[in-house]
Design a protein around this ligand. Structure first.
Ligand code: ATP
Ligand code: MG
Length: 391
């Protein structure tokens, strides 16, 4: 007998008129993610996504793992479908959950009946099945208040389903319902977490990475590609635009006051990111900036770097403590890669005494010594586009 997954929708259930659009997006995302695990039917009924393997070859465990990281799902369970009939429900539980039940000290049955044509109420169904199970498992006590194990029975439109406790899903909103944005992805801890957090709010994420060969190595670039790949586990496929930054950094080094190096460099990053973003239909930029973390992340510095951009800059980490950012990085699996010790271009030509309260007019005066338009155009032209898919 086969197993199917029920994915319960989170916030999207509350979205009124948009609900249909949200559900369609989620179904499309789940379908796309299931493709590599074989032949699965994915459909939505009663605010639940059903994921059903259609043949023996389907990789059910791989598909289950993937479902756990799909945004828009608040909880999920693996279950066994059966006829909407007491004997069939009891047999399915015995066969599918009997061993789990035997390992518990106590249990209860919780039932939901969304098919109101089923002759028993939820309470009657729980009592009836609970009684039969108690008889079949005399070593396991019934405890309706604090059971060790709960058996769930759901009588739905197509079938009845039995399952053990559900697991928490990835939460958030289905990727794609929140528009599209461009993350400035470095090799550090913060920006992959920022990308993950915006993807969790339903944003489709594309990335831009600046590298300064030969000041930064090929390994540093590979590390960023690997970080992007790790984020795709949650965000789905991602395009990474890799942009050469060497010429710009050398021009800044040769022509601008040292204390402004980082800020001017960051203004270039923002402007180039915005150009690529607009060309690719992205409506915002995302960075891993965090107030007060470094000299270039004071309010005044953010004013100066933000001044080159006319679309919103999302900084989901701006008010977080570093330790909380690190725990998210650990949880989503990017931390170990982020802490590999390769240089980022931000640390090349690092000023000894960077300004923390910059004035825009002084920065603009320094930038006037550069042929900004040409530098930007050359950088955009250098872009290498890499498409990354979830593994
Ligand atoms: P992270 O841990 O994300 O590198 P950080 O604390 O090191 O952040 P900075 O190096 O000042 O901070 O960078 C701030 C933000 O600028 C980063 O979070 C990222 O969004 C962007 N950024 C920095 N370096 C690069 C780069 N080489 N390519 C693309 N974006 C970058
Ligand atoms: Mg960094």
């Amino acid at each position: 007998m086969k197993e199917i997954f029920l994915l319960k929708l989170g916030e999207i259930v509350l979205k009124g008129a948009n609900k249909r659009q949200f559900e369609n997006k989620l179904r499309q995302n789940v379908r796309r993610r299931m493709k590599k695990y074989g032949n699965f039917d994915v459909y939505i009924l009663q605010s639940t996504v059903y994921v059903e393997p259609m043949d023996e070859e389907a990789d059910v465990d791989g598909a289950w793992e993937a479902c756990r990281s799909i945004f828009g799902v608040v909880s999920l369970c693996r279950c066994r479908p059966c006829e909407k009939d007491l004997d069939a429900i009891f047999a399915a539980i015995e066969n599918y959950l009997g061993d789990d039940l035997d390992c518990a000290q106590s249990f209860k049955v919780e039932s939901k009946r969304s098919d109101k044509r089923f002759p028993l109420t939820s309470i009657q169904l729980s009592q009836e099945i609970g009684g039969r199970l108690a008889e079949a498992h005399p070593g396991v006590e019934v405890d309706v208040h604090h059971p060790d194990y709960t058996v769930y029975v759901e009588v739905r439109d197509l079938s009845a389903y039995v399952h053990g406790p559900a697991e928490p899903g990835a939460g958030g909103l289905p990727t794609g319902v929140g528009g599209r944005a461009m993350v400035l992805l470095s090799g550090g801890i913060d920006s992959p977490v920022a990308a993950y957090m915006m993807a969790k709010r339903g944003v489709e994420v594309e990335a831009v990475h600046f590298f300064s060969y030969p000041y930064t190595s090929q390994l540093a670039k590979d590390k960023v590609i690997e970080l992007a790949r790790l984020v795709t586990k949650y965000s789905g496929r991602m395009t990474v635009n890799v942009v050469s930054f060497t010429e710009i950094q050398e021009a800044i080094r040769d022509n601008c006051p040292e204390e402004f190096f980082t800020l001017i460099m960051r203004r270039f990053m923002m402007e180039i990111a915005q150009r690529i973003a607009k060309g690719d239909g992205c409506g915002a930029l995302i960075t891993g900036e965090n107030l007060g973390q470094v000299a270039s992340q004071t309010m005044e510095a953010m004013t100066v770097t933000g001044a080159v951009v006319d679309i919103p800059i999302f900084m989901p980490l701006v008010g977080m403590d570093k330790k909380d950012i690190i725990s998210i990085a650990r949880e989503i699996g990017t931390l170990d890669t982020s802490i590999l010790p390769y240089e980022d271009c931000c640390t090349v030509f690092l000023p000894k005494h960077p300004v923390t309260k910059p004035k825009l007019d002084r920065i603009l005066a320094s930038e006037s010594k550069l042929d900004c338009e040409k530098l930007i155009a050359d950088a955009v032209a250098s872009e290498e586009i890499i498409d990354i898919f979830p593994q």
